[in-house]
Ligand binder design. Sequence first.
Ligand code: C5P
Length: 211
Amino acid sequence: MIIAIDGPTASGKGTVAAGVAKHYGLKRLDTGALYRAVGLAVLDAGGDPADPAAGVAAAETLDLGAIDERRIRSSAAGLAASKVAAIPAVRAVLRKAQRAFAADPAGAVLDGRDIATVICPDAEVKLFVTADLKVRTERRLKELRGRGESIEFDALKAQIAERDERDMTRADSPLRQAPDAHLLDTTHLSIEASVEAACRIIDAALARPGT
Ligand code: C5P
């Protein structure tokens, strides 16, 4: 069984994906981490994340087992990720890795921006997780400050809005809700309530005849 979860930055999709994977005993791929790792590798090499040659070189040499989980979570890595993610040749390289992960017969949960629309269009269940911009900024602010990064609310809100805009308007695999995806708005939900709501949606979808 493949569960595809998409949504904008800090919508809660990662938390929901982790909770759902645990609940159903499936492995999970946070596909944003791949784009973050590629963006960070370009920055580390002193390159421009908008440069296709630099992005492709970093994507092709990406070692999934060696991703620095702490460093890829910085706001700089997130911003660089959204720039390399707009380069079709980078997406083509990372698409292969994501599809290979999803091909495991044991099933999987994948979360990102184009999972239900491009990577796993035949997923058994699709979720589109969202929340309003103010709440998403508050969540990300808490996370970044918890990691010792000092950033102001307004600057972060503008940065998230910039990433949303770039993700939704790029030509290749833009962020959008698949027509057959279930909408989950986590604006007023706790982490536990978000995961419970997702599991209810998934159970209902799986119980429907023909699925
Ligand atoms: O989800 P996260 O914030 O970690 O993703 C970082 C960036 O990676 C996003 O802003 C987006 O530009 C890109 N991304 C993508 N497609 C995915 C996952 C992430 O374009 N499937």
